[in-house]
Design a protein around this ligand. Structure first.
Ligand code: EPU
Length: 435
């Protein structure tokens, strides 16, 4: 197991590229199941979680080719050919390491009419059931049994039917899951209270390139008219708004001036707004690649201390829960008191106790963290509990005086494209060592 050794105190300066989005690439890889022809995904980041999804597709009989990674920010291409799919199963070993493995259930039912998928358990950030996914698939005609911890599913007659679905609460992967299943269902599916996250729209756009008929992407009502088959397509995965936000949070905490290339700006309004409130200054410059998202984002810290700002996590276009830990890390050194409220997950404050070890002044009151800006943080040994918590701890360690050691860094590697190397390109002092 690796750990990171972080010498804090250096401001960040320089330019880095933003990688492809994990949370778009995951459903996109699952979407390959829907077609007998290859799906080519460009701009795929080299991440642990995507390797797990690749293993799962290969386990089911697919051919998975992923080009090897280059420098941080260098995109990879994945060629996913599920033409020979012969084992519609997601075993426990793979589902337990990554909950998003459950996303193969609907596509398998839609394509081959049966599936056996291990039921995902809870995880560090909460119970995270998939009851709404299963209820929606049931509404589309699927039948389920539970056997040995696995969901054994079938679609009577070998196909799913279009249905009117209304999610009780907004679910990101739930929306992606049902949209994929509905693409090959007989008839029309209407998804109400659909998630508006940009990763849902990116998945939808790729499905449309494969021949799916989908309307309403980016709104809370998505309508999918099922088609008999989908074909080959090439799609570039959108860039990662959470990675971009994490780098912004690092610049906020450590100070300095950084430039991000390829940040998906139109998907980042809430995050840019919040860091703007805290005193960061943003400038958008045209770069040589052109295009709406081909702009450079220059992020400058105010020089003095950040200003405290409150944030409440909400479904998109609200402030993302996946940025809560990183924003909190930046607020630990802000001038004043910030109230950070988590409304999406019940247990996503695992980083709080670790931030306190650095000297942060945070108290928990139910779903809110009250963060009083400290004068300084001092390096300490830290343990990562989940992906975004690790990013928050890394950011706070960059702003702390002295050396911090961050253990269990595999959490970070599951979902960030070599964040430590990218931060070093910006002047941070982070080394990796074996624990
Ligand atoms: N929920 C249910 N039942 C369901 C589905 C969801 O009760 O059937 C609850 C969840 O427990 C949670 C809330 O509904 O309290 C919203 O969860 P959602 O389904 O939207 O989350 P998700 O789809 O499992 C995705 C991302 C998460 C991100 C959330 C919220 C992927 C692969 N994962 O999870 O990303 O936090 O949406 O935006 O897209 C991360 O990248 O670190 C991460 C955890």
């Amino acid at each position: 197991m690796d750990r990171l050794v972080i010498s804090g105190g250096a401001p960040l300066r320089g330019k880095v590229g933003v990688s492809g989005a994990k949370n778009a690439a995951l459903p996109l890889m699952a979407a390959s199941i829907l077609s007998l022809e290859p799906l080519v995904l460009e701009n795929v980041p080299p991440l642990g979680d995507l390797g797990t999804m690749g293993k799962l597709l290969a386990h089911m009989g697919g051919s998975v080719r992923m080009s090897s990674g280059g420098d941080p920010g260098t995109p990879e291409t994945a060629v996913l050919d599920m033409g020979n799919l012969d084992k519609p199963e997601a075993p426990h070993e793979l589902v337990k390491t990554m909950r998003a493995s459950a996303l193969v259930l609907g596509p398998l039912l839609a394509r081959v009419g049966r599936a056996r998928v291990s039921l995902p358990g809870g995880c560090a950030i909460g119970v995270r059931p998939i009851d709404m996914h299963l209820k929606a698939l049931k509404d589309m005609g699927a039948e389920f049994d539970l056997s040995g911890g696995d969901i054994v599913a079938k679609a009577p007659g070998g196909f799913l039917r279009g249905a009117k679905i209304r999610f009780d609460t907004v679910t990101v992967t739930g929306t992606e899951h049902i949209m994929m299943a509905a693409a090959l269902a007989r008839g029309t599916t209407v998804i109400r209270n659909a998630a508006r996250e940009p990763e849902v729209s990116d998945t939808g756009r790729a499905l449309v390139k494969m021949g799916a008929r989908i309307e309403g992407l980016g709104t809370d009502e998505i309508v999918v008219e099922g088609v008999p088959s989908l074909s080959s397509a090439t799609h570039a995965v959108m860039s990662d708004r959470i990675e971009a936000g994490t780098l912004i949070a690092a610049a906020a905490a450590a100070g300095g001036k950084i430039t991000l290339t390829g940040a998906p700006l139109s998907a980042m309004e809430a995050v840019l707004g919040k860091f703007g409130e805290a005193g960061l200054v943003f400038e958008i410059l045209a770069n040589e690649n052109g295009g709406r998202e081909g702009k450079d984002l220059v992020v400058s810290s105010p020089g003095g201390r950040l200003l405290a700002a409150d944030a409440t996590t909400m479904p998109h276009p609200g402030f993302p829960t996946d940025m809560q830990a990183q924003f909190m890390a930046a607020m630990t050194l802000a001038d004043g008191v910030s109230i950070i409220t988590e409304t999406i997950f019940e247990n996503r404050f695992m980083h709080v106790a670790e931030l306190r070890r650095l000297g942060a002044d945070i108290t928990l009151e139910g779903r809110s963290a009250v963060v009083k800006g400290a004068k300084k943080l001092s390096g300490a040994p830290l343990t990562a509990s989940d992906l975004r918590a690790s990013a928050g701890l890394l950011i706070a360690a960059l702003a702390a005086d002295g050396v911090s050691r961050l253990s269990r860094v595999y959490h970070l590697d599951r979902g960030y494209d070599r964040l430590d190397l990218k931060l070093n390109l910006l002047g941070a002092d982070i080394t990796r060592e074996k624990e």
